[in-house]
Design a protein around this ligand. Structure first.
Ligand code: ZN
Length: 271
């Protein structure tokens, strides 16, 4: 079985001490590639360095191949400025950077003012169009504003991935109508707040479905035994795969095959 984790925050400080071991465990679990999320000025540079090192070592088979995104998370939208925009535009030209983002709107935590979130989101959609790369999108509690903006830009965007989808089936239907791909995380393994994602997982056409851990966040609650440090990592992606397979009435192997093919196509990864 070959899996691709389309969203892992490996620049997070919690991975600094055992980075290589994390990657080796992921490979052992069947994860052949990871799209490492860039979310701010500093992490964008870090994840590109990871992806470049991974490319240089591509003959080594004991670690997954790493790719990068470059963008500004809505939490950090207040940091948007011309210099960062120019840097993200440059990063977007790198072959290892396979998507713009993560970018979008987060009205759940509102860590940046909403007008600044919208401005940074729109600017990054324009950069993605200019670079002809897909966008890696984050939306929480902001569906109405988010879909209104995305609707305007979607015809010009090469492709769009709504990552870590946690919203309602109706919101999912809106994104599918815009021909978006949907990333499902271990949120689906959470019986307290994620059970609606079983219905969502069933409604997503096989060719639109992607899987991700969003590590170190969102440790799947179905994991046994539970890791003591509560940190999620790409090696736990099979727990997400199994929950989705159960929800869809498919085998894990079927879901692995379709989601891996989708990730390779959307992010234009080599076979
Ligand atoms: Zn996110």
């Amino acid at each position: 079985m070959s899996l691709i984790d389309i969203g892992a925050n490996l620049a997070h400080e919690s991975f600094a001490a055992d980075f290589d071991a994390v990657l080796s465990r992921a490979r052992t679990a069947g994860v052949d590639a990871i799209i490492v999320t860039g979310s701010c000025a500093a992490s964008n540079e870090q994840v590109l360095a990871f992806a470049q090192a991974s490319r240089a070592a591509s003959r080594s088979r004991d670690q997954p191949r790493l790719y990068a995104t470059a963008g500004l998370h809505p939490h950090h939208a207040a940091d948007w400025n011309d210099a960062l925009a120019a840097r993200i535009a440059t990063l977007a030209q790198a072959p290892e950077v396979v998507a713009l983002g993560e970018c979008g709107l987060d009205y759940f935590r509102d860590l940046s003012p909403r007008p600044e979130q919208r401005a940074a989101f729109i600017a990054q959609l324009e950069l993605a169009i200019a670079a002809n790369k897909p966008v890696f999108l984050h939306q929480r509690d902001a569906h109405a504003d988010f879909i209104a903006i995305l609707r305007d830009y979607r015809p010009h965007l090469r492709d769009a991935v709504v990552h870590c989808f946690t919203d309602t089936a109706a919101a999912c239907a809106d994104y599918l109508q815009l021909d978006c791909h949907i990333g499902i995380t271990g949120w689906i393994c959470d019986e307290r707040r994620g059970s609606h994602l079983n219905e969502v997982a069933r409604m997503i056409p096989a060719e639109r479905l992607l899987i991700e851990t969003d590590a170190p966040y969102l440790l799947p609650r179905t994991l046994r035994p539970k890791p003591k440090d509560r940190r999620n990592e790409p090696a736990y992606l099979p727990a997400v795969l199994e929950a989705i397979a159960t929800a869809r009435g498919e085998s894990p192997a079927q879901v692995a095959t379709s989601t891996t093919a989708n990730a390779r196509r959307v992010f234009a990864l080599p076979q």
